[in-house]
Design a protein. Structure first.
Length: 188
């Protein structure tokens, strides 16, 4: 995602690697498109992860998951904050996926992503995702079952209804309707 600069806000971006879990990307895009963001949603990307036991990473401005397989890092300094990086790995040199958010990406969008990352509810995985590598077999069970199409359809329908139920604000300035040209009464 790329967002162009506006008069009062610099350009920003969010990018997701090929194996970034869909529910994490959905959390960020849902927050981005929400016409009325929740006032009680976290705005500090570190907060949801700290609440579930992520701890400060060694020498950088970031956090590491308790099992050491995921990291959140904020580049830059307090005076000049930089980009955000979220990485899931199976070993220090073997990343599984990475998400990146530019320095000017709204903090609430990054926080929506980290809140979804912190969500303890299990997510159904099928097909090639069953063999997702992991250091700790208790983190991702290799004993999975196929998800029935009716459950997938039900989840999709629930998501569509949830998104459609969001309150939308009227446009800030109405678009004037185009008036047909005035006829002068002559024919050709």
């Amino acid at each position: 995602m790329n967002h162009a600069a506006e008069p009062d806000r610099p350009a920003w971006y969010a990018s997701f690697g090929a194996r970034t879990p869909a529910e994490l990307i959905a959390a960020a895009t849902d927050d981005l498109t929400d016409p009325a963001p929740s006032a009680d949603a976290p705005s500090d990307p570190f907060e949801p992860l700290q609440q579930i036991g992520w701890t400060p990473a060694s020498a950088d401005n970031g956090l590491a998951s308790p099992d050491g397989t995921a990291y959140l890092q904020r580049l830059g300094s307090a005076e000049e904050p930089g980009a955000w990086f979220v990485t899931a790995t199976i070993a220090p040199d073997r990343p599984v996926w990475q998400a990146r958010f530019g320095a000017h990406t709204p903090a609430r969008l990054v926080a929506a992503f980290t809140a979804a990352l912190a969500d303890p509810r299990p997510v159904a995985r099928t097909g090639s995702l069953r063999s997702l590598p992991t250091r700790d077999p208790s983190v991702v069970s290799r004993r999975t079952t196929d998800v029935l199409a009716v459950h997938v359809a039900g989840a999709l329908e629930e998501r569509v209804h949830s998104l459609a139920a969001r309150v939308t604000a009227p446009p800030t300035s109405p678009v004037p309707s185009r008036q047909p040209p005035v006829k002068n009464g002559r024919c050709r």
